[in-house]
Ligand binder design. Structure first.
Ligand SMILES: C[S@@+](CC[C@H](N)C(=O)[O-])C[C@H]1O[C@@H](n2cnc3c(N)ncnc32)[C@H](O)[C@@H]1O
Length: 288
């Protein structure tokens, strides 16, 4: 299996400006933020960064910490745009900005394969930028996330993007439970997109542990695809896991469905020097 590198290039409303010494400087619209980034082990291009906000990690660095924001940064968020999709960026307590810019190449790849009336399932869909990117291409979307707040964010983004009238089902549910229910209902999809966390909980306490829960979820996703289906995209981050491992999982699960599996790393291109900051791994099945 060859490993690909899928690179998120800077766009008008987002860029990784510089990185190094365990931190990164990014622009989100008119604001710049500094966040911890353990993989940026190199030296930054510019030693003097100025920003509108800085996320200071807690001393145990278990993901906790606090934003230090200038007065100008709107606490309730501000609008951004990716291609034709508008959505809200916001400094969240989880150190990110309420969407994941490194996903852009996956959204673009799925959009190329998505047409009017296609049925697409987005599991662990968060604030829905991926859902809206495909809805804008005419897909009928099913968006599932365990968090009421995330789904509310998705609905608000749909309004902002002028896509609230599109066929999008916003569902608060446990991803694995929902997929199993869809299998029992005999549903099928043209495409499936899943971006599971390392650990998570469903709305009624269902436990999601990536290594333990992923194989059966992928097996259910396989049952939701058929000879007319076009793609399945799986992205994984913040775990000690190789792209080869999730590639082999998909290879085995998709056997008999035709098509092929590709795998690799996802990265964001730094604007200062063009270097690549890795963010996640992916495996995706496609019928060419
Ligand atoms: C990091 S986000 C995915 C990012 C999103 N795909 C994007 O690009 O914007 C992971 C999401 O998984 C959700 N989640 C965690 N455990 C879950 C579960 N058991 N079932 C459904 N969603 C879950 C969280 O609420 C969170 O929104």
């Amino acid at each position: 299996m060859n490993l690909l590198t899928l690179v998120a290039e800077p766009w008008a409303d987002y860029g990784l400006v510089d990185s190094g010494h365990g931190r990164k400087l990014e622009r989100y619209g008119r604001f710049r933020f500094i966040r911890p980034e353990p993989q940026a082990m190199w030296a930054p291009a510019d030693p003097n960064w100025s920003a509108d906000g800085d996320f200071i990690a807690a001393s145990d660095d278990e993901g906790g910490g606090k934003w230090h924001l200038s007065r100008d940064v709107p606490r309730g968020g501000w609008p951004l745009k990716w291609e034709d999709v508008r959505f809200t960026a916001m400094c969240t307590p989880f150190r990110h900005l309420a969407f994941f810019p490194d996903m852009a190449p996956q959204w673009a790849w799925m959009r190329e394969r998505t047409g009017e009336g296609d049925q697409v399932l987005n599991l662990f869909g968060y604030t829905g930028v991926g859902t809206l990117a495909l809805a804008a291409k005419g897909a009928e979307m099913v968006h599932v996330d365990a968090s009421k707040k995330s789904v509310e964010g998705g609905r608000a983004n749909a309004l902002l993007a002028d896509l609230a009238d599109r066929p999008i089902r916003w569902i608060i549910d446990d991803a694995a439970k929902f997929a199993a229910r869809e299998v029992r209902r005999g549903r099928r999809y043209d495409g499936i997109f899943l971006d599971p966390p390392k650990f998570g909980r469903g709305p009624t306490g269902e436990v999601w542990r990536l290594e333990e829960s992923l194989p059966s979820l992928i097996a259910d996703c396989r049952k939701l695809l058929d000879e007319r289906s076009k793609f399945l995209v799986l992205t994984v981050y913040a775990v000690r896991m190789s792209a080869l491992a999730i590639g082999e999982l998909l290879n085995q699960a998709m056997a008999g469905l035709g098509g092929r599996v590709e795998v690799g790393e996802m990265a964001v291109r730094e604007e200062a020097r063009g270097l690549l900051l890795p963010t996640a791994i992916f495996a995706r099945w496609v019928r060419d």
